[in-house]
Design a protein around this ligand. Structure first.
Ligand code: SF4
Length: 366
């Protein structure tokens, strides 16, 4: 019987049920997986059931290792979470609650090929870049050593940062809410989709070259266009925000999205949900809210919330005049954001327009 360790992870998806056969689990077990891996979760449930466990499957969306609530783990002896590396602070909290946890991160179905790295190096050279911060999502972080070697051979020095140990368990790993492994150089990111490259660009303000193992090297200019579009939408919401018109605070019940410092800074009553949806906003009858759960929800799901002003804490801080330029909201929360939010609690907030850089969309920098 053994625990999952970063030494033997990530796993191929189809190997996960076999790994589950060897886990030291017993009693009532909660099994979680993102939507794309729910079938694997079901197979794992059968394996654990066969070993005498009582299995409960989480039907929720499960966007990350952050996504476990107190309600879900009540009366549970073990948690088996498939698809993501653990968030250390969440894992510790679960241990304190007496829940044995097993995070089984999975690797991408397709890996990085050498020609992709060579092409990325060519793009970097064309940008005049010879030093980068190298990072990846959990599905590809195990490939960073190999990618760094090829980059070095191509004359690009790659640094893989350690990141915040409370949130990031392995070097070079980025979460949508935490890019602490990046150190201010231009970025090479290995991942699929646009969620993480967008976050890296908003966090650093530096060029971001994406190696997507499915699509190959993505043109950095296409990301710039996306950044301009996203910033235009977000800054218009920040301008619309009016602290004098009634603002609801909405927190998250997910252990890895709970932001007690933000809630304390904002003060007053708050609503709590696992997922923010249009139905929730209709139910609480608010026109404006500061959402203190996953900081990417207001940004990346803004189309769903078009008729409301939904800001994350850093955006609310910007609206109150305490944030300078637009910044990516991250967990843990930047102290300057907390200071600005206390202004809202104490009724010292300025008008929304005070804090918005007049020129509109521009490069984001921290
Ligand atoms: S808080 Fe949001 S961005 Fe961070 S790990 Fe959870 S789902 Fe991902």
């Amino acid at each position: 019987m053994r625990r999952c360790t970063s030494a033997d992870a990530p796993y191929d998806e189809e190997d996960v049920p076999r790994v589950a056969e060897r886990l030291d689990v017993s009693g009532r077990v909660l099994v979680q997986a993102p939507d794309g891996l729910k079938g694997i979760a079901r197979e794992v449930a059968d394996v654990l059931e066969g070993r005498g466990c009582e299995v409960v499957l989480d039907a929720g969306r499960v966007f990350g290792a952050c996504d476990v609530t107190l309600g879900l783990v009540e009366g549970v002896d073990c948690l088996v979470h498939i698809g993501h590396y653990p968030i250390p602070s969440v894992e510790r909290r679960l241990r304190e609650l007496g829940v044995r946890t097993f995070f089984l991160p999975t690797r991408g179905r397709k890996g990085v090929e050498e020609w992709m790295v060579e092409e990325a190096a060519e793009v970097l050279r064309s940008l005049g870049v010879d030093r980068v911060d190298l990072c990846a999502t959990g599905q590809h972080v195990h490939e960073l050593g190999r990618v760094a070697e090829v980059l070095e051979r191509e004359g690009i020095r790659a640094r893989v940062g350690r990141g915040d140990s409370e949130r990031v368990p392995v070097p070079g790993l980025v979460l949508g809410c935490n890019f602490s492994c990046l150190g201010g150089r231009p970025v090479v990111i290995v991942c699929s989709g646009r969620f993480h490259p967008l976050g890296a660009r908003l966090r650093t303000g530096r060029p971001v070259v994406q190696i997507d193992p499915v699509r190959g090297v993505v043109d950095p200019e296409s990301l710039e266009e996306e950044v301009r579009r996203v910033l235009a939408v977000r800054l218009s919401k920040v301008r619309e925000f009016d602290p004098g018109e009634g603002v609801e605070v909405v927190g998250s019940t997910c252990l890895g999205q709970r932001r007690e410092d933000v809630l304390e800074a904002l003060g007053g009553p708050r609503w709590e949900v696992r997922y923010l949806s249009e139905d929730v906003l209709r139910a609480v009858r608010c026109e404006q809210c500061v959402y203190c759960g996953c900081p990417r929800v207001p940004v990346d799901e803004s189309a769903r919330f078009r008729r409301w002003v939904v800001l994350n804490p850093a955006e609310a801080a910007l609206a109150l005049g305490g944030g300078g330029e637009y910044r990516l909201d991250e967990i843990p929360t930047d102290p300057s954001v907390l200071r600005a939010l206390r202004g809202l609690r104490d009724g010292r907030g300025g008008s929304a327009a005070d804090g918005v850089p007049g020129a509109g969309p521009g490069p984001a920098a921290r």
